[in-house]
Design a binder for this molecule. Structure first.
Ligand SMILES: Nc1ncnc2c1ncn2[C@@H]1O[C@H](COP(=O)(O)OP(=O)(O)OP(=O)(O)O)[C@@H](O)[C@H]1O
Ligand SMILES: [Mg+2]
Length: 304
């Protein structure tokens, strides 16, 4: 079941640029969905569309399709968000910042302490935000986003600008909240390495278009399918025919023994078979089967 679905969601800016181009987001219940894409891909614009901060040019947004909210106010009470730079009052303490939002949401004081505790800020709650590190500010922003006990939390690049320890802290906090509080997360990021450690599901966006969407496992599978086997032999013509006969595989490029394959164990079998037919193999190589290369391919030239 999905917490959020969009259909053909699009946004064209005044200058004519299609920043979000027919996106079909599918964020499953209780997932950590990472929206991954390079700078300028359209991540923030998509998240702003979801939160009603800008209007779609086309398409629909459907939150909680199985138990929808009767109106926009009720809907927003189920969603927590932190988009781009956290807007905190730096001259106030952490707890004063939380209190301002708690008043707006009419949340009890006990919940204020709870969110500060959840984000590891209980000891720093009386410190002024101006004395906070960037990581602490990020955690405070997330604490505020959690105040009204949302079912879905939308965060725009929550680890941006943080050092490795700060990144690890935010990551483990998100994973814990997802597991213990059953919160669904939609998080944008431009770092594959981060997404790999955090996401259950991933959507890859580039130039406003969704290039891949699925579970992390599916992304790994797609990446290994995109791998290529490159062969050089002392008789390529004969090798090509033997591979066609024994493995029902045709090269994807003419004039070279380049195969796209799904199973790396095939390389051993092919090598053995060619050897049995007295064909000398001078090169047998797998290429592009790591996730990063696959990701770069998706956002550079998807036809490759
Ligand atoms: N207000 C605006 N007016 C015109 N174009 C805009 C506006 N905001 C964003 N864009 C353009 O829309 C595209 C998507 O921008 P967006 O901020 O959504 O990307 P992003 O994926 O969040 O990038 P980043 O990783 O840098 O945060 C970019 O080409 C950007 O220049
Ligand atoms: Mg952005």
């Amino acid at each position: 079941m999905y917490t959020l679905q969009t259909k053909q969601l699009s946004h064209r800016f005044g200058n004519g640029q299609m920043a979000v181009d027919h996106i079909n987001l599918q964020v499953p219940d209780q997932s950590i969905y990472c929206f991954l894409g390079p700078n300028g891909a359209g991540k923030t614009t998509t998240l702003r569309l979801l939160l009603g901060l800008i209007k779609p040019t086309a398409g629909t947004i459907n939150f909680f399709p199985n138990h929808p909210s009767p109106n926009r106010v009720a809907l927003m009470q189920r969603i927590g968000a932190c988009i781009e730079v956290p807007s905190l009052f730096h001259h106030l303490t952490a707890v004063q910042n939380v209190a301002i939002c708690a008043n707006a949401y009419r949340t009890p004081k006990s919940r204020m302490d709870e969110v500060l505790q959840l984000l590891g800020l209980a000891d720093a709650k009386n410190k002024k935000v101006s004395q906070f590190s960037l990581g602490m500010k990020q955690r405070l922003s997330i604490a505020i986003a959690l105040l009204h006990q949302p079912e879905l939390v939308i965060l725009d690049e929550p680890t941006n600008g943080l050092d490795p320890q700060g990144i690890a802290e935010i990551r483990s906090t998100i994973i814990e909240l997802n597991k213990n509080e059953k919160i669904t997360f939609l998080i944008s990021s431009h770092l594959l390495s981060e997404v790999e450690k955090l996401a259950t599901h991933v959507g890859i966006i580039h130039k406003g278009q969704m290039k891949f969407q699925g579970t992390m496992t599916e992304l790994y599978q797609a990446s290994s399918k995109a791998a290529k086997l490159i062969l050089s032999t002392d008789n390529d013509e004969a090798a090509m025919q033997l591979i066609a006969t024994h493995f029902d595989m045709q090269p994807i490029a003419s004039g070279a023994l380049i195969y796209s394959s799904i199973d790396q164990s095939l390389s051993l079998k092919i090598n053995r078979m060619l050897h049995d037919h007295r064909i000398g193999v001078s090169q047998l190589q797998w290429q592009d089967n790591d996730l990063e290369t696959h990701f770069l391919r998706l956002i550079q030239n998807p036809t490759l």
